[in-house]
Design a protein. Structure first.
Length: 487
């Protein structure tokens, strides 16, 4: 089955046909490195990480480019606030970015260019636009004339009034049209600048992505991605200036992920309702955020709230536990995997979901279904089911890998979640172990009433005790159940 993607430009799903068969060229707008990343950045990173993974799974050779904006008004402002050179701001927050992305298990792109490493190419692009009459110079500020480019607004599909409002333009007598945007900004005292034939200054924001995408991917390339907030003005302006300069199509498929809302309100630094990735992973497993975002189709908005995150963290825990059970069986058997029709059918549904515009929400339901199937097979305690367990586990892990899930160590996750739970109910490990030891002694002394009291007391605190010939283990009651079908 071929992949179909929703193209923002056409407003419909289309069959994905790469410019070059078997090879995909993908560009995603990266971060402006002036602060630590928040969960809005995480959604875009996770969405396109999964798209990158899936395209490679389908056999494509993918060249993935994601840039760093390391020169910008916000960076200059941050340098002044922190009292450090502007270049150090970029270095500092690029390092922070990698810490966050590594924690979220985001694969590194093929190329990660920085804007300041491509100033010469940006100067050439501005010169080309000036020569072709698409741009004009006013006292060192070079603007792109939107009226000169036929079809401006075709990507965002906005009226002139909507575009003016969306661009948040200010009255500027230097502009011929309020929508004209800066290709090059004249230098101000104390700011970083570069010498050019059209004046000393620095690049406008939109310029860099046109230069870096076409340098590494050519023109046209296959997919240009980013958050929905970038459709206008950023991507609209990118498209205009690139196609004006080259005279050819810039991008074949435009893809945009939806907004992240906090308690049903759009997340925004200006509103102060944002959450840093670093703060999230202090409390939860990083993959819980991945699971949360992938549970909603990438084009839809998603509402971040604590209950949803807790639920996804618990779901992730159950998936890890399923895998741990299956791995123990695989390690203890010599049985070769044998195709299990039920698992094979679920795998087929997974790929059908992903082929349909990367429908991760439906794909995840297939992984949950496989988890239930695995637990049922394991709970049969039937030696004849061992080949099917191994086969189903292999399908389970391969599909989880496509989505970047189940890449951590279960024992570490298990220990962290147990500590979190005990903290919530006001217990610690030593107190719990003391009660478990008391229960063992009570049972030895045939004081079953006291043993049952301890079990019931702990059960009321969400702690389930499981006795076996090897001793007594405890689990978090709300996450694990006795029967496989309830897991």
């Amino acid at each position: 089955m071929t992949i179909r993607v929703y193209n923002t430009f056409t407003g419909k799903k289309e069959e994905f046909i790469p410019v070059q068969a078997g090879k995909v060229k993908l560009y995603v707008c990266g971060v402006t490195v002036y602060d630590h990343c928040h969960i809005g950045h995480a959604r875009s990173a996770i969405v396109f990480d999964v798209i990158y993974r899936y395209l490679r799974t389908k056999g494509h050779e993918v060249t993935f480019v994601k840039n760093f904006t390391d020169i910008d008004d916000k960076i200059i402002k941050k340098a002044n606030i922190e009292g450090i050179p502007w270049k150090e701001v970029g270095t500092k927050y690029i390092s922070s970015f990698y810490e966050d992305m590594d924690a979220l298990n985001i694969l590194r792109p093929t190329h990660e260019p920085k804007a300041t490493d491509h100033i010469d190419e940006m100067i050439v692009l501005v010169e080309t636009l000036l020569k072709k009459g698409y741009a004009y110079n006013t006292k060192g500020d070079v603007y792109f004339s939107v009226e000169s480019f036929k079809g401006y607004g075709a990507l965002s599909k906005r009226t002139l009034e909507e575009m003016v409002a969306g661009a948040r333009v200010e009255v500027d007598e230097r502009k011929r049209n309020p929508l004209d945007f800066a290709l090059w900004k004249a230098s101000k005292e104390g700011e970083p600048s570069w010498d050019t034939p059209f004046g000393k200054g620095r690049p406008g924001w939109h310029l860099e992505c046109s230069v870096m995408s076409t340098k590494y991917l050519g023109n046209p390339f296959d997919i240009h991605g980013g958050g929905k907030d970038l459709v206008f003005p950023h991507h609209e302006n990118e498209r205009a200036q690139t196609e004006a300069a080259t005279g050819s199509k810039f991008v074949n498929y435009w893809m945009h992920n939806g907004f992240v809302n906090i308690q049903k309100e759009k997340m925004s630094k200006s509103l102060g309702n944002f959450l840093l990735i670093k703060d999230f992973i202090k409390e939860y497993h990083p993959e819980a955020l991945r699971l949360f975002f992938l549970s909603t189709h990438y084009r839809s908005p998603v509402d971040y709230n604590e209950k949803s995150i807790e639920d996804n963290n618990s779901t992730l825990y159950r998936l890890y536990y399923t895998l741990e059970r299956a791995l123990k069986i695989e390690r203890s058997t010599l049985a070769a995997p044998r195709e299990f029709i039920e698992a094979a059918e679920i795998e087929k549904k997974f790929y059908e979901a992903m082929d349909d515009d990367f429908n991760t929400a439906l794909a995840l339901s297939c992984i949950f279904e496989l988890s239930k199937t695995l637990n049922k097979l394991i709970d049969q305690n039937d030696e004849s089911a061992l080949p099917f367990i191994v086969y189903t586990m292999n399908v389970f892990t391969s599909l989880a890998d496509v989505l970047g899930l189940l890449k951590s160590d279960f024992d570490v996750f298990d220990s962290q979640e147990k500590v979190r739970h005990l903290t919530r109910v006001g217990l610690d490990i030593s107190s719990l172990e003391g009660l478990m030891k008391e229960r063992v002694e009570a049972r030895k002394n045939k004081d079953y009433k006291r043993a049952d009291e301890i079990r019931e007391m702990l059960s009321g605190q969400g702690i389930f005790l499981q006795d076996s010939p090897k001793g007594t283990e405890w689990r978090i009651k709300n996450i694990f159940a006795l029967k496989g079908e309830d897991r």
